[in-house]
Ligand binder design. Structure first.
Ligand code: GLN
Length: 479
């Protein structure tokens, strides 16, 4: 795998191409491929041209960096001043925020070029992006398959090479899972390292912005540009994080293997992960067995906490302040009920109801409180694990991309497929998914590294070996 950002950046800095020219190339590619892929829900070509002109000026003045002039995308739950930000929901169909999210503010100042907003599950709730109001994005490797979710549009855009990189959000795997399905790299940083100001909330204690890229190198470059304290997000860490150095020397690297991640895995995923880990061992890494017993409860804990927080976060969509409002109603209460009934899709309503239920006075102790207790236990067990190993290795998803439409009749199986990604969100840990092998249909599978809090550099470095050693070149380096 190559660093698209480094390659484009050196062409821009040498003067071989300008950002304006590069942007036009990407715009043509989006116009050509997006009709079939549905990766973008709103294109922002005027903004892109403006960004590119600014980037060219930065480069001319010698003020550019690796991200300057590079065309990219934002998930449609990231606020962009004056630009549609709909969360792929009817309720926000016409919503144009009056401010930029911190992540876009930073990237824009670095000279990033915004090609558009990408498709996602409604309010980031889902694993296939099929709950999008705009219809599902397609997997660029097989258009009969989903791109994954909820950041499916971003993964499809990077996989189809119609954006150099994408910013997504990961509440329970939404960056890593679509990355695995589309054969790209997905990175969810430590909770609190990247400001969530302007990221429309789903489960606030789990939500984290992340990157979808064609290489680990690119993920590290972007992360260093978007991380950092922000007083507008009180959960954002003020800690100074060291410069990331990617090292493909894994001698002495202690990789923890926790059985819970491997339970009931099909042979394809198991073999792909095992043979990748064998390559790590051959290069000098040590595999060690780790126990995290509470992982058994990861899925119920995740779905209880995520739905509880969602039910509270989505209370603001009442048709009064912004977003969709029902046309006919008898009084305010009727207006709110009709607005929410019309504006939200089925999955979102299901989760609001579940969340309201687990928070209700009669059931709070039985569900929400227990989930919070187990969450603490899991955090403690992870901390202990990271005394014994540097990173944990696990599959990203127990399978390759679902066929389109499959999740409709198999909702439970779809929830269960989040088993390997949700633990990192529950405990606020950094995690990276890199491509590793293919399933029987030739579709990509993912290998995941999870690290201790603020050890983002360690997970990126561990993943970098997969890139440098060719493990990630699942199609023989053709792509
Ligand atoms: N599939 C998970 C869910 O539906 C994760 C979504 C996400 O990370 N935004 O909640």
């Amino acid at each position: 795998m190559k660093s698209v950002i480094n390659e484009l950046s050196s062409r821009l800095r040498s003067g071989e191409i300008t950002s304006r020219e590069l942007t036009e190339k990407y715009i043509s590619a989006v116009e050509k491929k997006n009709v079939a892929l549905n990766a973008f829900v709103h294109t922002t070509f005027d903004e892109a041209r403006k960004n590119a002109a600014y980037a060219d000026a930065l480069i001319r003045d010698g003020k550019g960096n690796a991200l300057t002039g590079i065309p990219m995308t934002l998930k449609d739950n990231i606020c962009t001043d004056g630009i549609l930000t709909t969360c792929c929901s009817e309720i926000l169909e016409n919503f144009r925020p009056c401010y930029d999210a911190a992540v876009w503010e930073k990237l824009k100042n670095n000279g990033a070029v915004l090609l558009g907003k990408t498709n996602m599950d409604e309010f980031a709730m889902g694993s296939t992006s099929e709950t999008s109001y705009y219809g599902a994005p397609k997997n660029p490797l097989d258009e009969t398959r989903v791109a994954g979710g909820s950041s499916g549009g971003g993964a499809a855009a990077v996989g189809a090479e119609i954006a150099a990189y994408a910013i997504g959000s990961d509440t329970g795997g939404s960056v890593r899972q679509p990355a695995a399905f589309c054969g790209v790299v997905g990175f969810k940083p430590t909770y609190g390292t990247v400001s969530r100001y302007g990221l429309i909330a789903y489960g606030s204690s789990l939500d984290q912005l992340g990157t979808l890229t064609s290489s680990v190198t690119d993920a590290a470059l972007i992360f260093q540009a978007i991380r950092g304290a922000d007083e507008r997000d009180m959960t954002c860490s003020t800690r100074n994080m060291p410069q990331i150095t990617l090292d493909d020397d894994v001698r002495g690297l202690k990789i923890g293997i926790c059985g819970e991640f491997y339970k009931g895995l099909g042979s394809e995923v198991k073999n792909a992960v095992e043979s990748a880990l064998k390559r790590y061992e051959d290069a000098g890494a040590e595999l060690t067995e780790i126990k995290i017993p509470s992982l058994e409860y990861a899925l119920p804990v995740y779905y209880i906490i995520a739905c509880a927080e969602a039910s509270s976060n989505l209370g603001r969509y009442d048709g009064i302040r912004y977003g969709h409002r029902a046309r006919t109603y008898s009084d305010v209460e009727d207006m709110i009920v009709k607005t929410r009934s019309e504006g939200f899709g089925k999955e979102v309503k299901k989760r609001i109801m579940l969340g309201t239920y687990v928070l209700s006075s009669g059931y709070f102790d039985a569900y929400y409180k227990k989930a919070c207790i187990l969450r603490e236990r899991m955090k403690t067990e992870f901390s202990k694990a990271f005394v014994e190993c540097d990173v944990l290795a696990a599959p990203t998803v127990p399978r390759g991309a679902f066929p389109l439409g499959y999740s409709g009749g198999n909702a439970v199986e779809t929830y269960l497929s989040d088993i390997c990604t949700v633990p990192a969100n529950i405990a606020g840990l950094p995690a990276v998914s890199v491509p590793c092998g293919v399933d029987k249909d030739g579709l990509p599978l993912g290998l995941q590294f999870i690290g201790d809090r603020f050890k983002d550099g360690a997970v990126l470095s561990a993943s970098y070996f997969a890139e440098a050693s060719g493990i990630c070149d699942i199609y023989g380096g053709v792509r």
